[in-house]
Every structure is written in C-alpha cells, then in structure tokens.
Design a protein around this ligand. Structure first.
Ligand code: NAD
Ligand code: UFG
Length: 337
C-alpha cells in the first residue's frame, strides 16, 4: 500500500510516518514546514535506516498535489496538514477556514481526479463541545465552540458527503483526544514554535528551564482536585491507531468517526506530579484564572476503536511523562540546535 501523509513532518505526522515505515508501508511525506523542520524527516530516515519519498510544498496548491499524485499514485491519504491553534482561530477565522476547509476540499478533489479512494482524517475531540454526558462516544452531539473546532466539524461533514457519493471510497475520521509524549528514542517529539499552548510541552519546557513556571488555568472545576481533566493519549499509541485506520480504510467502504483516547481522565495536578517523578525536577506552578473555552472534563468512550480497528491504547501516564522528558532533555531547544 502507498500512503501519502499531508503534514508528514509535524508532531503527529512524523510519529505516524515512523510507524508506517516500520510496518513496511510505502510512504510519501508532503509538508511545507510552516510548523515543522526538515530535520524531523532526516531523523525519521536515520531511525528507520530507510529512505522514503518526501515533497516540500503546500498541500492546498492543486499543481503541487497533482505532481505528488502523478509521481506517487497513493492508495490512501492520511491528512494531518492544517492549522491547530484554538486562540488564533478566534482572531483569524477566515485563515482557518481557507487553510483547513478549502485545503481539504482541494485535496478530496485531487484524490477524486486521480482515483484515490481512501482517506484518514485528523479530527479532534473538540468537535463534541461541552459534554452532555461522559465519556464522549461517537454519537455524542457535535457542537464545537471555536472556529478551529468548526473547521474539523465541517471537514468531517464534507468527507461524509464525498464518501456517500462514491460507493467504493472509504474514510476514517479519527477524533483525537490529547496527544502527548514522544518516540522512545527521544529523537523526535513535540516542538512548538512559540510558547506552548498545551499542557505537556509547557511542563516539559519548565522542567528543562526554558520557562519559569506553569500557570494552572483554574482549580475550581468539578473534578477530583479542581483542575481540568483530560484524556491524554501517547503519541506512539496514536500512531498505531493511524496504521490500523489506514488498513481498515483500505479494506472497507463507507465513513466512520472513531475516538482515539484511553478512556481515562488525568487532572492537571496529577500530570504535574507524574512529570516531577519522571524527570526528578520540580515544576513550579501558580493557580491562574480559568482559560476561556476550557471544559472541566473530557475523556473518550473507546470501544468503537477496539471493535473496528482492533486497537487500544497500551501506554500509561508514566510512559507519557518518561518519553516526553527523554525527548525534551535530549533536545532542550527542540529540532533547532
Ligand atoms: P503540527 O503543526 O505539528 O503538524 C502539521 C504539519 O502540517 C506541520 O508539519 C506543518 O508544517 C504542515 N502544514 C501545515 N499547513 C500546511 C500546508 N498548507 N501544506 C503543507 N504542509 C502544511 O500539528 P500536529 O499536532 O501534528 O497535528 C496534526 C493534525 O492533527 C492537525 O490537523 C491537527 O488539527 C490535528 N489534531 C491535533 C491535536 C493535537 O493536540 N496535537 C489534537 C487534535 C487534532
Ligand atoms: N492547562 C493549564 N496550563 C497550561 C496549559 C493547559 O492549566 O499552560 C490545562 C488546561 O486548562 C486543560 C489541560 O491543561 O485543563 C489541557 O490543556 P491543553 O491545552 O493541553 O489541551 P486542550 O484539552 O485544551 O486541547 C487539546 C488541543 C486541541 C484539541 C483538544 C481535544 O489543544 O486542539 O485537545 O483534542 F482540540
């Protein structure tokens, strides 16, 4: 099977690239490095001791895509590329709709013109919005609360309509909960360009001395200890879910949305404590105001992934903190050093 990865040099793309290569799948990584570094692909090459196809370019440009499809003739696409900052999406909604929604339409159009029938799409638990019940199952009403989340929702709907019009096509919409951690090697990991928005990279950068202290956004939520509770999924498990999903798409028809999480919530304070144990470093923190748009609790119902993909998360909180720290301490300045 030949698989095209849009955004293949990004955090989730690079770990999936590694997983697919280790499984012997023929891959092409397409990226414009707008939020990643070419060094990522060099490191994946070293780790696998294999060469794979790459293409530097913008996935939204029809000529770039046509060239890639003609050259590589993919059987399936895993579509990671896009913008992902919730706060920025409130300030620049049109940029988010153009990059994420219009870009995805161009990609589907190109797949159609080249007879490529299978897509795995990076969706997000953010499509659910405020929980009406927990855990979120795939039938939970969809009510995203920001433009970023709505781009994911709209793309899901567009893919559904596209699949409905093509009896032999197949799509898996993977709704990620909170992807964290790094490859065991410590050679690739999450490397945000600016000050991290997300909890784990922020904690990692405090531990390594790049940031002074963590602000915990609220300690008066209705959770065990008052801090926000999330379903953190190890990146290696998430990469394995993509491998299973692309095989599923190859062998089945239709469109399925599938949660990718562990089914268990971890609070911010629990994460801080686990990271301190893994790193042997103290994580200074202060309690700050709640962050606008945050929910108290989010965790996944995971039986659909087990049923359809024969996939479950294997890694726990200790693995998450150990691998995140291994990556950050080996690469204090990320890929640029
Ligand atoms: P990332 O920013 O690390 O990776 C995205 C990659 O796409 C980057 O390498 C970037 O350079 C590339 N890219 C962006 N626009 C491009 C374009 N126009 N043409 C070519 N390449 C382009 O992000 P990530 O964390 O790996 O996320 C991957 C996908 O998963 C995104 O669609 C994101 O919305 C989704 N997702 C991420 C999370 C998370 O917490 N990381 C959670 C849910 C969903
Ligand atoms: N948090 C802090 N301090 C920080 C950062 C985060 O206390 O500096 C808290 C948040 O308030 C929340 C928890 O840590 O309770 C997790 O926050 P993240 O920003 O790491 O993750 P979110 O759950 O807010 O959002 C993430 C992605 C979204 C995605 C969503 C669901 O950023 O893109 O998971 O998949 F949509």
């Amino acid at each position: 099977m030949r698989v095209l990865l849009t955004g293949g040099a990004g955090y989730i793309g690079s770990h999936t690239l590694l997983k697919l290569l280790q499984d012997g799948i023929d891959v092409l990584a397409l990226d414009n490095f707008s939020n990643s570094s070419p060094e990522v692909l060099r490191r994946v090459q070293k780790l696998t001791n294999s060469s794979f196809a790459t293409h530097v370019g913008d996935y939204r440009a029809p000529d770039v895509l046509d060239e890639v499809f003609e050259k590589f003739r993919p059987d399936a696409v895993i579509h990671f590329a896009g913008l992902k900052a919730v706060g920025e999406s409130n300030e620049k909604p049109l940029t988010y709709y153009a990059q994420n929604v219009s870009g995805s339409i161009n990609l589907l159009d190109c797949m159609q013109r080249h007879g490529c029938q299978n897509i795995v799409f990076s969706s997000s638990a953010t499509v659910y919005g405020e929980a009406q019940y927990l855990p979120y199952d795939e039938d939970h009403p969809l009510n995203p609360t920001n433009p970023y989340g709505r781009t994911k929702y709209f793309i899901e709907e567009i893919i559904r309509d596209w699949i409905a019009s093509r009896p032999h096509a197949s799509a898996v919409l993977l709704r990620y909960f909170n992807p964290v951690g790094a490859d065991e090697s410590g050679n690739i990991g999450e490397d945000p360009r600016a000050i991290p928005n997300n909890l784990l990279p922020y904690i990692s950068q405090v531990a390594v001395g790049r940031l002074k202290e963590l602000s915990i956004f609220g300690n008066n939520y209705e959770t065990r200890d008052g801090t926000g509770e999330r379903d953190y999924i190890h990146i290696d498990d998430l990469a394995a879910a993509h491998l299973a999903a692309v095989k599923y798409a190859h062998e089945n028809h239709g469109c399925e949305a599938i949660n990718v999480g562990t089914g268990t919530g971890i609070t911010v304070l629990e994460m801080v404590k686990a990271f301190e144990e893994a790193s042997g470093r103290e994580i200074p923190f202060k309690i700050a105001e709640r962050r606008q748009g945050d929910v108290a609790r989010s965790f996944a119902e995971v039986s659909k992934a087990q049923r359809l993909l024969d996939w479950t998360a294997k890694r726990d909180l200790t693995d998450i903190c150990r691998t995140a720290w291994n990556w950050q301490s080996k690469n204090p300045s990320g890929f640029e050093h």
